[in-house]
Structures are given as C-alpha cells and as structure tokens.
Design a protein around this ligand. Sequence first.
Ligand code: NAP
Length: 498
Amino acid sequence: MAKVCLCLTGRTILKDLELVDRYRSYIDVAELRVDFLDPDERFYIRRFPALAGIPTILTVRRKIDGGNFVEGEGARIVLLAAGLAFADTDRRRNFAYVDLEDDLDVPSLEEAARTFGTKIIRSYHNFNGVDADLEQKLRSLRRTGDEIAKAAVMPQSYEDVAKLYQVAEQTRDIDKILIAMGPHGVSTRILAEKLGSHLSFTSPLAEVASDADIQVAGPGQLDPKTLVDTYRFRSLTKDTKVYGIIGYPLTATSSPQIHNRGYDEKKIDAVYIPFPVQDLPFFFSLADTLDIQGLSVTVPHKETVLSYCSQRSSEVERIGSCNTLVKTSQGWAGYNTDAKGFSDSLLHFIGKQSLWNKRLTIIGAGGVAKAVAAEVYRLKGRALILNRTQYKAKEVAEPLNFAWAGLDNRGIELMDRYRDIIIQTTSVGMEPNIDEDPIELYKFRGKEVVMDLIYKPEETKMLKRAAKAGCKTLNGYDMLLRQAKLQFLLFTGQEYPD
Ligand code: NAP
C-alpha cells in the first residue's frame, strides 16, 4: 500500500515537529529536509526520528536537484553521515530511509545505512522534461535489490505524463517512487498505488506554509489532508477507475469534493481528479493510457470537445456546448448537464414549473450562457442577452428570437424591460476578482430575482448589491451540485447519495 509522506521544510527542528503533529493522523512517513534547516539546527538531526515518532527520510537536497543546499559535497556528506551515525539498537529511533542521489558515490554512507536498517532511496531529478529512456534510468538507479529507485521528472505535456504511467507498468517488478512534478503531474501524486509507487510526497497547506519559518518544497504537491480526505488516497487501488475534470486554469473548482464524496458514500472504487488542460490532443493520449471513464468539461473547452464526441445527446446538439464526456465502446459520448442543473435550480428557487410570462436578462454569451438561454427558451421565458463582445450576444440570441445588446449603457437601459429575473453567467466577480460587478450601472429595484452562476465567493459583489436592495438572490452552488449529480449518474449508473 502506497504511503503518505510529509515533506518537512521548516527552518527549525521545532517547526518540523509541529508540522508532524499537525498532520500525524494523515501521514505514514516524514521527510526531514535538512537543506531547509537553519545551520545551527543541523546539530540535532540525529535525534529527529525519535522525537517525531514516525518513520523518517533523511534528505539533504542540493540546489541543482531542487533543494536549498549550496555548501559543497564534502559538507553534505558530513551531514548525511551525522544523521546516520551512532545509530540506536532500537531501529525505530533511526532514520527509516536515507535519500542518496544517483551521482553520490560514498560506500561508507551506504554501509552505515545498511548496518542500522536504514533503507536507501536512490533518487534522480529532471526539471526539464521526461527522459526518453526513463525505464532504463529507473532500473539502473538501484545498485542493490533492496534500494528504492526514485525518479522525479517535470512533464512538459500530458503526453509526458502518459509516458510515466507506461514506464510504471513496465517496472512493476521494482520498488520505486515515480513522480511527475508541476501542475500536469497532480494525478501521479494521487494515483501512487496505480503507479506502484512506494509513497507519495505531500507538503503543508498553503496557509500553513505561508508561515515565514516554512518554505515551499516540491512543485505540484498536495497537502496530506486533501490527499487522504478529498481524494481517498488510502482506499485507492491499482484498479481504481479514474474520472476527472478538464479546463484551464481550473483554480476554483469544487467538483472533486462533490464527486469523490459520492464515490465514498456509494463505496465505488473510483477517483475524480482535476486536470488543468490547455492542449486537448495531448490530454486525450493520457485519457487513453489511464482508461479515464468520464470527464467534466469546463472553461474553455466546452465547445472544442465537440469534435472528440462520437455521440452527442439531444441537449448537446440543441445547445452546441458539452460539459460531460462519458467513455463508451464507440468513443466519447457528449452530454450537457449544465442546462438541466441550471433550470432545476432556478425553478426550484422561484417555486414554478416554467418561465411562462417571465422576462429575463442573461448577462454573458459564453459556453454556460448558451445552455442557460436554451433552457429559458424551452421553458417559455423571453430574454435579453447582454455581452461585452456584442456579436456573441447576437449569435446566442437570434436563433431563439431573444433580444440582445452590448454590456454597456444602452444594454443596461434595455434591462428595464427584462427584469423579472436576472441571470449572471460571466466570470466577472469570481475569486480572486471579488470587487468586480458586471452590471454596476444597473440599479436594482428590489423586485428582481437575481441568480449568479458564480459560487466562489458565496456572494458576489453584484449579489450583495441585489440582496441589499431587497431582491431574492441565489448563487451557483445549487446549480453546480445539481449538474454534478446528473454527471455522477451518467458516469456510474448510480444516483448521487442524498
Ligand atoms: P466562457 O465560455 O469563457 O464565457 C465567459 C463569459 O464571460 C463571456 O460571456 C465573456 O464575455 C464574459 N467575460 C469574461 N470576462 C469579462 C469581463 N472582464 N467583462 C465582461 N464580460 C466578461 O465561460 P463559461 O463556461 O460560460 O463560464 C462562465 C462562468 O460561469 C464562470 O464563472 C463559471 O465558473 C460559471 N459556471 C458556473 C456553473 C455552475 O454550475 N454554477 C457552471 C458553468 C459555469 P466575452 O464574450 O466578451 O469574452
């Protein structure tokens, strides 16, 4: 079973011990990064495993390998030797592992490690890409059969990440740690068991790490609580089915929490992973390698994925945008759950079955606005579409016989005739730009129903203004949940748990 390792990058031993205590129930191993310690703290490293009470890796990483150590090889070897020396007869009080880089050749260190039961991790880092001969590289790292080979590489695309999974399959016979660093590599942190990795490295949460006494370690690492609680790391197996979300930059998504909670409660061996994707063709090569079963699709890919669909639902055909892909024996089937998620949420909120006799303003004409407009039309409402780029408002409005205008003074004036319900579908006002309001010139009367599809922050500046004027307001979380539940059913064939 792959272990969870917390990378300790505090400036003092005390800070590192605090971190171990904070995350103790989530981690199996800690890595003492001596290269992050203040020089006078280094005297105490030998006592660290006993003080921490957890299996610990001793690492002194050089700058060229992504670490902080700049004082030369002699000083580094002395530190490693000091960590291993005078080892205890009670092996639990010794370092459980020592990390020795591929090019470090000091037989006395290896001998000390073996004598005192410290396992050697033989590590290799490539910050520029993924080696063409990664399988050979991994095999040649181990000098004896009891060493763990560790390769941390920086993929430049999802094709590189796919290669890592292929190499993992070819090296099932060896004890190893395989990591794809950076944003492309998040799945390799979560799917350590699928990769056959001995452990997955984690780092403290961003707010903990913002402490001046802790510095940042590996690019792309998750924090232990997220890895264990959200991604259910401990229950993942080699055969876990993979689902996920593709989009860019994908910084504010709550979908992993929703879907993974569903798998957990329904006891389904599956995991849902965020894949920040700019380049779709490369991503689909990883989707094949990982046999990904289903994907949520978000900004900016809802239209571009249409060309990857071998089948399209009637909603996708009607709306021209797809937010759900399900793998079938004939290829990807495309669905749109935004549409029903939106209309179910709005109708439930206003306590009606249709939008008959309602006049609505839709702010925005992007991917989700198309789904919103199509639903307003299906439910017999009449709408005005306002968008910064006017021709896009026209493109969405005209086929539905709706009015349209730019997001300007004239557009705001036109809202007077379409103000029973206002639906905000742009990204304006979303975290981190919480001080923005796309219709700041519009004065709410207090009679409007106002829905903002944004759910981070919970209440946008526009919604705050509307609520203050007396309007009934709704954010996008209920819609998100409803559309995710529909996706869950399409992905797994099971209803989302209550
Ligand atoms: P999209 O296709 O990229 O469309 C973005 C829209 O926002 C366009 O109308 C764009 O206008 C407008 N826009 C962006 N920046 C603007 C600015 N500075 N000023 C004025 N208008 C601006 O994105 P999408 O898929 O439609 O998603 C849009 C929003 O809906 C996102 O915030 C997303 O989180 C939210 N959403 C929520 C749910 C949910 O379940 N609650 C589901 C889907 C989407 P131009 O055409 O002029 O560029």
